[in-house]
Design a protein around this ligand. Structure first.
Ligand code: G3P
Ligand code: CA
Length: 245
C-alpha cells in the first residue's frame, strides 16, 4: 500500500509506457504501444534496432529469440525476414515506420530508444523517418550509447535527446551538457537518482525520468523527489493512481 502524501502532487508526473503497455499486449508490438497511448499515457517508450539491410525495427533485444518464433541477431536478418516472424503472444515485429504512422494519430509523445552502437547514418535514417511522419516535435531520442545521443543531437533534424543512465553520475549536469548537447532529459535506472540530483538537473532545465518503476511505493517516492516522468510497465495502473494522488 502506498503512503499517501497530501504535500506531494503526482498530477504532473508524466506516465511513460515502457515498451508500450506490456502487461496488456506483448512488449513493443503495435497493440502494446497503442494500448499505452489509448490509456492516456503522456509518452510511449520503445526500442529501435537495425536489420541487416539497415531498416529500423522495434525490438528491445539484439536477437529475435526471446520475443518471436524465430532465432538470430537482428543485424543478421533482413527486414523482410523479420516481417515474417510472429511475436509470442500475438502480433509481429513492427517497423519504425509502422509505429510512427500509428502514433502520429494519437496525442502521446514518443520516447524513442535507439540501441547502440550505431553509425550516424543509421541514426540519421531513423530521424528522417520520424521527421517525415511529422513526429519530430514530439519525439525524444534516448540511448545508453553516448555516440548515438551525439549523432541524434548533431543531426539536421534538431531532435531532442536524452541520456539513459544505469547508475548515478558523479556530475550528471556536466555529463548532460558535455555529451548530450543540451539534453532534454536524463533518465535514471529505478530510484538510483537522488533528490539533490533531480533538483540540480531540473535547475539546469533538464528533465528527469526514472525507469522502470512499477510499484505504488516507488511512484510515490519518485513523485516526492520531483521527477518529471515515470517510465513504467504499468501505465494503465499508473494513470488512475496518479489521478487519485
Ligand atoms: O526507457 C528506459 C529503459 O527502457 C531502458 O532500459 O533495457 O528496458 O531498454 P531497457
Ligand atoms: Ca528501452
Amino acid at each position: 500500500i502506498a503512503q499517501r502524501s497530501s504535500a506531494v502532487s503526482c498530477a504532473r508526473t508524466y506516465a511513460i509506457g515502457h515498451r508500450g503497455a506490456p502487461e496488456i499486449a506483448p512488449e513493443n508490438t503495435i497493440a502494446s504501444l497503442e494500448a499505452a497511448a489509448d490509456h492516456g499515457a503522456d509518452w510511449v517508450e520503445t526500442d529501435v534496432q537495425f536489420t541487416k539491410d539497415g531498416q529500423p525495427v522495434i525490438m528491445h533485444d539484439n536477437t529475435v529469440d526471446r520475443m518471436t518464433n524465430g532465432t538470430g541477431r537482428i543485424d543478421q536478418l533482413t527486414a523482410e525476414e523479420i516481417s515474417r516472424l510472429r511475436v509470442k503472444g500475438g502480433g509481429h515485429v513492427p517497423t519504425l515506420e509502422e509505429v510512427l504512422s500509428s502514433l502520429k494519430n494519437r496525442p502521446a509523445r514518443l520516447l524513442l530508444e535507439i540501441k547502440g552502437p550505431q553509425t550516424s547514418a543509421a541514426v540519421e535514417h531513423a530521424l528522417k523517418l520520424v521527421a517525415e511522419a511529422g513526429m519530430n516535435e514530439r519525439t525524444v531520442v534516448q540511448s545508453f550509447d553516448e555516440d548515438v545521443v551525439r549523432h541524434a543531437a548533431a543531426s539536421g533534424y534538431r531532435t531532442k535527446v536524452a541520456l539513459l543512465r544505469s547508475k548515478l553520475d558523479p556530475d550528471p549536469v556536466a555529463t548532460a551538457r558535455t555529451f548530450a548537447l543540451s539534453a532534454y532529459a536524463v533518465n535514471f535506472k529505478g530510484l538510483s537518482a537522488r533528490p539533490a540530483v533531480v533538483e540540480q538537473l531540473k535547475a539546469a532545465g533538464v528533465e528527469v525520468f526514472v525507469w522502470t518503476v512499477d510499484s505504488e511505493t516507488d511512484w510515490q517516492l519518485a513523485a516526492s523527489w520531483g521527477v518529471d516522468g515515470v517510465i513504467t510497465n504499468r501505465p494503465e495502473l499508473f494513470l488512475p493512481w496518479r489521478q487519485s494522488h
